[in-house]
Design a protein around this ligand. Sequence first.
Ligand code: SF4
Ligand code: SF4
Length: 92
Amino acid sequence: MGETIGLTRGGAVWIPRFLESIDAAKCLGCGRCYKVCGRDVLQLIDKPFEGDDEFGDDLGNKVMSLSNPDNCIGCEACSRACTRKCHSHIAL
Ligand code: SF4
Ligand code: SF4
């Protein structure tokens, strides 16, 4: 358990799990995680490597990145929106 501990409105303990990284090798660049994040943490960028993904599929030339990681509140909405399990989170 991390040191950052929150409370729900009802007073229950809630442990935020902050976004730590996005696996660019899996990312489709679909933008789903970007749309659900209300904290301006994410940004679509040009793919930083050439070629296909780990499954041999051509996924286009864009991937999601963490542009403002310090804005993250650890809600994990981005992970729930992603069909490729690209996001890694950490309690701090
Ligand atoms: S955990 Fe929440 S605040 Fe952080 S990047 Fe994901 S959607 Fe945004
Ligand atoms: S939802 Fe997943 S696959 Fe889509 S842009 Fe975000 S990290 Fe990439």
